[in-house]
Write a protein that binds this ligand. Structure first.
Ligand SMILES: *Cc1c(COP(=O)(O)O)cnc(C)c1O
Length: 216
């Protein structure tokens, strides 16, 4: 299945994050040996352990809700945090990154689904915060794009419209907040069930777990 996904991605500008949450290191190594180097996890402690047990050239992405007190577990090595869903969290990441003397790339997670259980920011608040002096002072985080999860439904019209919404948020922030930034370029959307639609709607990063690793 990895081969099929990669072939779907070859003609696009989209990167694959293989979501390995709950899967054992042996299984991750198997996928690693097929050439995959970017993996995603949603629990800080699990990510820390897997990072220490697996090859050091893996790029680890954090994709789940992150508690501020867990940031320190992943700050030394995490390549991209997809799930900045509060300014408090962004400030915590900045603080831990500064202790490591590194800049951590982050995506802002927006709430695009109709389910009210999903975490995420609000576009109006985001524009206000990102143009504030307080944001300017966060020197150890770099905002490289946005992330969102569509509603879990078979209704492809709804899923497409939610992805369009996220791409619209990206375009708005690009235009109003990051017009001169070459770093602000990522739209992380699309999972096992909806990645084809996400790519059509402008995804630059898909996060795929069960299609690669099997059911959890
Ligand atoms: C689990 C997870 C995925 C992958 O889901 P699949 O349906 O297994 O592809 C993607 N994004 C996030 C945020 C996740 O938690």
């Amino acid at each position: 299945m990895l081969e099929k996904i990669l072939s779907d991605l070859t003609t696009t500008n989209t990167q694959l994050v293989a979501v390995s949450k709950t899967k054992p290191v042996d299984h991750i190594l198997e996928i690693y040996h097929k050439g995959q180097r970017v993996f995603g996890e949603n629990k800080a402690q699990e990510l820390k352990e897997k990072h220490s047990q697996l090859p050091q050239d893996i790029e680890w992405h954090f994709i789940g809700h992150l508690q501020t007190n867990k940031v320190k577990l992943i700050a030394p090595f995490v390549k991209l945090i997809h799930s900045i869903d509060s300014w408090r969290l962004l400030k915590a990441v900045n603080k831990e990154a500064s202790k490591q003397n590194r800049v951590i790339d982050c995506l802002l997670q927006f709430h695009i689904a109709t389910e009210n259980t999903k975490f995420g920011l609000d576009i109006t608040e985001a524009e206000a915060f990102l143009t504030s002096p307080e944001f300017q002072s966060l020197e150890y985080v770099r905002i490289v794009g946005v992330m969102g999860m569509a509603t879990f439904t078979n209704n492809t019209i709804q899923v497409r419209s939610e992805f369009k919404n996220l791409k619209g948020i990206f375009d708005q922030l690009k235009g109003n907040v990051f017009p001169d930034s070459i770093d602000f370029k990522e739209v992380s959307m699309g999972m096992s069930g909806d990645y084809a639609i996400a790519i059509e709607e402008g995804s630059t990063i898909v996060r795929i777990g069960s299609l690669i690793f099997g059911r959890r």
